[in-house]
Design a protein around this ligand. Structure first.
Ligand SMILES: Cc1cc2nc3c(=O)[nH]c(=O)nc-3n(C[C@H](O)[C@H](O)[C@H](O)COP(=O)(O)OP(=O)(O)OC[C@H]3O[C@@H](n4cnc5c(N)ncnc54)[C@H](O)[C@@H]3O)c2cc1C
Length: 500
C-alpha cells in the first residue's frame, strides 16, 4: 500500500463512524427490503433558503411555542384555553419520543420507557399525568402506578445482557465491587428526586465533579472491566461516560427510585414514549398546533416578538406576531434563530443517537427479553428492544427489533452520510442482533432515525443552571440544565408555561 493511502485509511479508521469504515455479513443481498431514513440534519440549509422568501401569511398569537417534543406539548397542555400556537419542524410530534408508522402500527423510534414514580417526586408532572389518566395513586404503598397495565413489562422478561459471547441477567452482576457501589449509593435513596430542580441543596455540590472522580474518591474498584459496566449504563441514559457526566447524574441513575428495596414497575408500549405524546396531544385543540413548520427567525418587536416560520412542505413563509415565546426546540440552533439574544446554551454538549427499527413477521425464537443489552460494541451499539415482549394488541402480528446507537459528538457531521450508507447500517445492526439471537432474521422493512442533537450530556456544572430569561421569553426542554428524561422534559414545559 502506498504511504499516502495508508495514512488516509488510518485517519478514517480513527475518526469515522462505523458505517464509513466497516463491512459485515450481507444480510440484505438475499432478499432486499425497503429502508427509510429520517433526519432533521438538513434543517440548517432550510434556514438559509428561507431568509429570502416573501411572506405568504401573517398571524398573531399571545404565546408561540417552538417545538412539539414532550416539553413543548406539556407547555401547550398547561396553557389550556389561552391563546397560543405551537410549531413543530418534523412531520410528527414527539421529537426524541416520536414513533414510526408502518401499516397502521406505531413503533417507537426514540425514548422507549419510563418507571413508576415515587410519591416524593415533584407534584406538577404527577398531577398532569393523573389528569391524563396515565397514572393513579395507591395510598397503601404511597406510590403512583401506571393505569394501562398491559404495558408493564413482566419483571422476569425485562432484560438480558450479552458480553463476550455469553448472556447474563444484568449489566452489573453481583460482585464485591458492585455490592460496594450499591452500599455507597444507599445514603442517597429517597433524596435523588425528579425533577432535579427539587434536589436538596446539600446534594448540589455533586454536580461539580465527574462521576468518575467521585468513584475514585470513594475507592470504588478502578478495574477497567468494572468501570466499563458503569460507563455502559451512563451512556444508555445520558449519552456520556462516567468521565463525562457529573457525580450527581451518576448517583441519580442508581438512586432516583427505591431500586434496592422495592420492585419498581417498568412501563413500555410498542410505540415507546409516543404513548405519552399521544395522551397530551389528544387534549390540544387542532387549530393551536402546526407540524412541518420550522421557526427560523425571531426578533424583538415592541414589547413582543416577530417570528418567521417556514412551511417546509409548501416552501412558504409564515410571519407571526407574538407577545411571548416558549422555546422548546433544541438550543444548538438558537444563536442563528435569535441573533439579538445571547444564547446561554453554548456550553451544552449533545450526544447524537441513531435508532434502527427492523420489522419482521417472524417472532424471534428462544429469546424473549424486552431489552437486550450489548456490551462489547465499539460502534456505539447499545443493544435492542424486542417488541414481542410488549403488549401485542395493536401490533397486527408484526415484530419490531429496535437497535440503539449512542454516537460520539465528533461524528455528528457524518450523519449527513447516513442515507448513502443505509444498507451498511442496517446490515451492521442485523449482525449484532444475529450474534445474540443466533437465528436468521427475515426483515420486511427497516427505518433509521437520526438525531444529531438528541441528548444533552449532563456534564459537571450543567444541572441547576439559571438562564437569563425575560418575562416574555422562556426556555424549556431537557437541554435547559436537566437530565435527559421524560419527567424532566414534561416538568420543564409546565414550568415555562406557568412562569409566563
Ligand atoms: C434515543 C433516545 C432514547 C431515549 N430514551 C428515553 C427513555 O426511554 N426514557 C426517558 O425518560 N427518556 C428518554 N430519552 C430522553 C428524551 O429525550 C426525553 O425524555 C424527551 O423526549 C425530550 O423532550 P424535549 O421536548 O425536551 O426535546 P425533543 O424531544 O428534542 O423535542 C424538541 C422538538 O423541537 C423541534 N424543533 C427544534 N427546533 C425547532 C424549530 N426551530 N422550529 C420548530 N420545531 C423545532 C424538534 O423537531 C423536536 O420535535 C431518550 C432520548 C433519546 C435520544
Amino acid at each position: 500500500m502506498k504511504r499516502r493511502k495508508f495514512i488516509e485509511k488510518t485517519a478514517i479508521g480513527l475518526s469515522a463512524p462505523f458505517w464509513l469504515n466497516s463491512c459485515e455479513i450481507d444480510f440484505l443481498n438475499n432478499k432486499p427490503f425497503p429502508i427509510s431514513v429520517s433526519s432533521m440534519a438538513e434543517s440548517g440549509h432550510l434556514i438559509k433558503n428561507a431568509l429570502s422568501l416573501k411572506i405568504c401569511e401573517k398571524c398573531q398569537t399571545e404565546t408561540l411555542i417552538v417545538g412539539g417534543g414532550l416539553s413543548g406539548l406539556a407547555a401547550a397542555h398547561t396553557l389550556k384555553n389561552k391563546d397560543y400556537l405551537l410549531l413543530e419542524l418534523d412531520d410528527r410530534y414527539g421529537g426524541s419520543s416520536s414513533a414510526n408508522n408502518y401499516q397502521g402500527v406505531s413503533l417507537g423510534r426514540g425514548a422507549h420507557y419510563d418507571l413508576a414514580y415515587p410519591a416524593y417526586y415533584g407534584t406538577e408532572v404527577l398531577k398532569m399525568f393523573e389528569e391524563l389518566q396515565i397514572i393513579e395513586y395507591h395510598p397503601w404503598n404511597d406510590n403512583w402506578s401506571f393505569k394501562d397495565r398491559q404495558h408493564i413489562i413482566p419483571n422476569a422478561r425485562r432484560q438480558q445482557c450479552f458480553q463476550k459471547g455469553k448472556f447474563r441477567k444484568n449489566v452489573m452482576p453481583k460482585t464485591k465491587a458492585s455490592q460496594k457501589l450499591m452500599e455507597l449509593m444507599r445514603q442517597f435513596e429517597g433524596r435523588m428526586v425528579l425533577p432535579t430542580r427539587f434536589t436538596p441543596t446539600e446534594l448540589k455540590y455533586l454536580d461539580q465533579s465527574t462521576f468518575d472522580t467521585y468513584l475514585n474518591e470513594h475507592d470504588i474498584n478502578a478495574d477497567p472491566n468494572f468501570r466499563n459496566l458503569i460507563d455502559y449504563q451512563m451512556l444508555d441514559d445520558y449519552g456520556g461516560t462516567s468521565k463525562q457526566v457529573s457525580a450527581l447524574a451518576g448517583i441519580h441513575y442508581y438512586t432516583c427510585r427505591p431500586y434496592q428495596n422495592q420492585y419498581v414497575e417498568l412501563f413500555s408500549a410498542p410505540e415507546g414514549n409516543q404513548y405519552f405524546v399521544k395522551k397530551i396531544f389528544q387534549k390540544i385543540p387542532s387549530q393551536r398546533i402546526l407540524k412541518e413548520h420550522l421557526v427560523y427567525h425571531i426578533e424583538k418587536k415592541g414589547s413582543g416578538y416577530l417570528v418567521d416560520a417556514l412551511n417546509i412542505i409548501q416552501n412558504q413563509r409564515l410571519q407571526i406576531q407574538t407577545d411571548t415565546i416558549i422555546y422548546a426546540g433544541q438550543k444548538h440552533g438558537l444563536k442563528y434563530i435569535t441573533p439579538e439574544i445571547d444564547s446561554p446554551f453554548d456550553k451544552n454538549i449533545y450526544a447524537p443517537w441513531m435508532v434502527v427499527n427492523i420489522l419482521t413477521r417472524q417472532k424471534p425464537n428462544n429469546f424473549g427479553y424486552w431489552q437486550n443489552e450489548y456490551l462489547d460494541s465499539e460502534s456505539g451499539f447499545l443493544g435492542f428492544i424486542d417488541s414481542s415482549i410488549q403488549y401485542q394488541g395493536n401490533l397486527k402480528g408484526l415484530h419490531c427489533l429496535t437497535g440503539y446507537y449512542c454516537l460520539k459528538p465528533e461524528h455528528r457531521s457524518k450523519l449527513l452520510t447516513v442515507e448513502d450508507h443505509k444498507d451498511r447500517i442496517v446490515n451492521k445492526t442485523l449482525t449484532y442482533i444475529h450474534s445474540m439471537v443466533k437465528e436468521p432474521i427475515d426483515p420486511e422493512a427497516a427505518f433509521i432515525h437520526v438525531m444529531g442533537h438528541a441528548m444533552p450530556i449532563p456534564t459537571p456544572h450543567y444541572l441547576f443552571k439559571t438562564y437569563p430569561e425575560t418575562d416574555n421569553f422562556k426556555f424549556s426542554g431537557v437541554d435547559t440544565g436537566r437530565l435527559p428524561l421524560l419527567f424532566e422534559a414534561i416538568d420543564s414545559g409546565i414550568v415555562a408555561a406557568k412562569s409566563l
